[in-house]
Design a protein around this ligand. Structure first.
Ligand code: DC
Length: 230
């Protein structure tokens, strides 16, 4: 039976390394539940687009932080994922280029950028039930989340998935190259000073190496229903 004292709003977090399967899983779980989907990687990527557009040097955290403070970011849900706008201008289709992949590392490490985006993420979290996906959702942004997942997969499975994504975009890259790139990003995400990637103490581990997308979504949805029934 549902506890009538408890608020109906639920927050579910999915954190984990790049290409672990968390983005697609989070988006489809949110769709199935009819909840908001919060893609926080898209937010850091959008800030990186603006840094590049304004020609701000990647080694100038003060200028990057000042830009973040004066930028108004808005997000809109769509069937393909989250649409991102900076000061009213859509940047959705510009956030996943190799140039942004390279720039987002230094940009997301700037404390002011994190402060601005964490505040916005919590603001969005007040609007209703949501599935929030990123690196620090369960540890920093929503420490009181109802359910937390730490999504992992073997490096080979992650590289294979990344290769399929890239082939769809007409880009061919060797598996070895992708493994190397993923290892580099893992190191960067987990060794940084601010909000490094690590599992929340109360997060459940979801290893997607041998799972289909349907199984990943099904596992999370089942746990949500179990939690809601309590
Ligand atoms: O998940 P993604 O590849 O779109 O994330 C892009 C970058 O943003 C990646 O370098 C990690 C960073 N990020 C972060 O620092 N904190 C988050 N909550 C989400 C992403």
């Amino acid at each position: 039976m549902k506890n009538p004292e408890k608020s109906d709003k639920m927050v579910v977090t999915l954190d984990g390394p790049a290409a672990s399967g968390k983005s697609t899983t989070a988006r489809l779980v949110a769709k199935e539940m009819g909840w908001l989907y919060l893609d926080t990687g898209a937010m850091y990527r959008a800030m990186a687009v603006k840094v590049l557009d304004e020609g701000i040097p990647l080694d100038d955290p003060e200028a990057i932080g000042a830009m973040a403070r004066r930028t108004k970011m808005t997000l809109k849900a769509s069937d393909e994922g989250t649409r991102v706008f900076l000061d009213g201008v859509e940047v959705t289709h510009r956030i996943r280029t190799p140039e942004v992949d390279r720039a987002v590392g230094p940009v997301c490490e700037v404390p002011v950028v994190r402060e601005v985006l964490v505040a916005l993420q919590r603001e969005i979290g007040k609007k209703g039930s949501l599935v929030a996906e990123g690196r620090d959702m369960g540890t920093v942004v929503f420490p009181d989340a109802d359910l937390k997942f730490y999504v992992i997969a073997s490096i080979e499975a992650r590289a294979r998935r990344r290769r399929i994504d890239m082939e769809r975009q007409g880009i061919s890259v060797s598996l070895d190259e992708l493994i190397h790139e993923i290892e580099r990003r893992d190191r960067r995400d987990s060794e940084r000073t601010h909000s490094p990637l690590r599992p929340a103490g109360d997060a459940g581990l979801l290893d997607t190496s041998e799972m289909t997308l349907e199984q990943q979504v099904g596992t999370v949805v089942q746990k949500i229903h179990r939690k809601m029934a309590r």
